[in-house]
Design a protein around this ligand. Structure first.
Ligand code: BF8
Ligand code: SF4
Length: 632
């Protein structure tokens, strides 16, 4: 196994090409081919100017037909589509958070799920005004879970976690009337507002997009993150490996893919069960190797050091190796293509959630009450499938990197405390970080997040942008598929400090961190919001003044749009490499990207730029402008 420190896009593309060749032997389809088949895309869809929310349509806006049958103009149609896109993402993240609340409600002493971070649970209880002194930890877990679940549908009031934001930010949200109320209400209202004959005024629709996004980032996603930490442990730095070479020829390979750690945690547990390992050996395997794809990979990597096989557009690659005994999925970002593809190999494609039911999969209903027996049955099935491999179809590109992952806010503060020896008895502070930014040793930070998208040469934008940013003394924090792009390229290795400018290199040496910090999965972008809030508070300035920007250069999902809305609404300028289907409306474009739209309400806006060199320069310029405004 070659363990290069770094891999270039070209090397990774070569690896993919060899896998596609392997697939050709068995007639496998691929996203590369399907993307060609779908090109060129529909111009109306791309610009957001097609409406099909009532059956008088679909209505498509052209110079000759400037209004739909109901009279809605292009701006109303584009804005309605944008709000629906946001609501889809907000619902999805938040429903993941809801599942985690239910899992928390299932915890019991000695049960399938236990409380791994009781201190964090108590901190949240205190924050929410729930009495915890002298209470049994499981009684407390159930009570907190119930209060969390009520955040989805409570009739009055706003999201509890919004109190974590600086007061200035909360005031902006109140004034703009975007303070998020019950999560389900914001999603439901999005559908109501966009129903035929309701809102067609772009400003109202964009305002509600921010609100629906905030109910995700400061509501559902934040609960997903916080309660996952309570259940499975708050991440701390841990070493792991990444890229397709983490699959092992002599072992049973089980891929976990999706988002909800309730499933993957159990699979990881049973893959370490001596009974299962003995069974694997009885079939001639050396053991059981678990690796992750997509956000689930981030979840299990940062809590158990499980290797990360790849990100969104690598999901077919793991099957194409011919050594994947099972690909076990829960929800979100799962290609239906895995059904027919797995049939070309011996791979078992196992779906587990009623929310994601996919043709040509084997459905094993997974539930919190029976999680242990479900997971054991799935691992057993994968092990028994080892004997069905076709040795002529084995192709594992020898690419594997080292990575250090798991920089939760708590972990970042602990690392910083290690340098200053301060705050040893508290949860730490971001002050040392603020000091190095103020002094100019670090210029600022970019939160790089999001998916892959065939519209952008996959992973190139993530990796090239990160390399340029760290060379310019800008630290990068990553999550989701962006994090795995970094991992595959070798940028999560502490050794990558050698690619940095002198300032960032010194910080990496002093704090003993990689220059690209892994903060987790996409729901964990809520961690980034907390970090930004804490920095602003420790610094004594507003979030919008901090030299930090957000970036999703290869995004594709509705979730990413919801994220974009809450990151911007939190006061962080957000740079997109793919247009969110809004270019058909000058009014909506101005609202989202101009100086007189959302920027007036929340002190930040979107920047859409599909040229990655320009996107990079715009981010650097934005960071430098914020520094100049602060006089640093
Ligand atoms: O939530 S980054 S492709 S895996 S949507 Fe999906 Fe995008 Fe990956 Fe996780 Ni996020
Ligand atoms: Fe056409 Fe209006 Fe119906 Fe949309 S709501 S499909 S624009 S008639």
């Amino acid at each position: 196994m070659s363990e290069n420190r770094y891999y270039t896009i070209e090397q990774m593309e070569e690896a993919t090409a060899s896998l596609l060749e392997n697939g050709k032997k068995v007639g496998a389809d691929s996203w590369q081919q399907r993307a060609k088949n779908q090109s060129p895309h529909c111009g109306f869809g791309e610009s957001g100017t097609c409406c099909r929310i009532c059956s008088m349509g679909p209505c498509r806006i052209t110079p000759k037909a400037p209004r739909g049958i109901c009279g809605c103009d292009v701006h109303g149609i584009v804005a309605r589509n944008y709000l629906r896109f946001t609501a889809g993402g907000s619902a999805t993240h938040s429903d993941h958070g809801r599942e985690i609340c239910h899992t928390l409600h299932e915890t019991r002493e000695g049960g399938n799920y236990t409380v791994k971070d009781p201190e964090k649970l108590k901190r949240i209880a205190a924050e929410w005004g729930i009495e915890f002194e002298g209470k049994d930890i499981y009684d407390l877990a159930h009570e907190v879970a119930e209060v969390g679940l009520l955040e989805y549908g409570k009739p009055f009031g706003t999201q509890r976690f919004t109190k974590r934001a600086p007061e200035h930010t909360q005031k902006l949200w109140e004034e703009a009337e975007i303070m998020p109320r019950a999560i389900d209400r914001e999603v439901s209202q999005s559908l109501h507002m966009t129903h035929m004959g309701c809102s067609s005024e772009p400003e109202a629709l964009i305002r509600h997009s921010l609100r629906a996004g905030l109910s995700d980032g400061w509501g559902g996603s934040m609960m997903g993150t916080e309660f996952s930490d309570v259940l499975f442990g708050t991440p701390k730095p841990v070493d792991t490996t990444a890229n397709i070479g983490v699959l092992e020829k002599d072992m049973v390979n089980i891929i976990v893919h999706g988002h909800d750690p309730s499933l993957s945690e159990m699979i990881v547990f049973y893959a370490n069960d001596p009974e299962m390992i003995a069974l694997a050996k009885s079939y001639g395997a050396k053991g059981i190797n678990i690796a992750g794809v997509c956000c689930t990979a981030n979840e299990v990597a940062m809590r158990h050091g499980i290797p990360m096989a790849g990100n969104f557009l690598s999901q077919e690659n793991v099957v194409l190796t011919g050594v994947c005994e099972a690909i076990v999925v829960d929800v979100q970002c799962i290609f239906p293509a895995l059904g027919p593809l797995s049939k070309c190999f011996h791979t078992k494609f196992i779906t587990t959630s009623p929310i994601a039911q996919i043709p040509d999969s084997e459905f094993y209903r997974f539930s919190a009450e029976t999680a242990g027996e479900n997971a054991k049955a799935i691992v057993k099935m994968a092990v028994e499938n080892f004997q069905n491999r076709n040795n002529d179809l084995i192709c594992i590109p020898q690419q594997k990197t080292k990575a250090t992952v798991g920089y939760s806010v708590e972990a970042i503060k602990t690392c910083l405390d290690g340098v200053t020896n301060s705050h040893v008895d508290t949860l730490g502070s971001t002050k040392p970080l603020v000091d190095v930014v103020k002094s100019g040793v670090l210029r600022g930070a970019v939160a790089m997040v999001g998916c892959n998208n065939p519209k952008v040469r996959p992973d190139t934008a993530h990796i090239e942008l990160m390399k340029k940013l760290i060379a310019n003394d800008i630290i990068v924090i990553v999550s989701g598929c962006s994090a795995q792009a970094a991992a595959k390229a070798g940028l999560l290795d502490k050794a990558a400090k050698e690619l940095c400018g002198e300032g960032l290199k010194r910080v990496c040496e002093l704090v003993d961190i990689p220059p690209v910090l892994h903060m987790g999965s996409c729901v964990d972008i809520s961690r980034m919001m907390i970090l930004a809030s804490d920095i602003a508070k420790d610094w004594g300035i507003n979030i919008s003044q901090v030299p930090v920007v957000g970036c999703a250069p290869e995004w594709m999902s509705e979730k990413a749009v919801s994220i974009g809305n809450y990151v911007v609404a939190t006061g962080i300028e957000t740079f997109l490499g793919v247009d969110p289907y809004t270019k058909g409306s000058t009014e909506v474009t101005e609202l989202l990207q101009g100086e007189n739209g959302i920027k007036k309400w929340v002190e930040a806006k979107f920047v859409v730029e599909t040229d990655m060199d320009k996107l990079c320069q715009k981010m650097i310029d934005c960071i430098e402008a914020k520094r100049a405004a602060l006089g640093i």
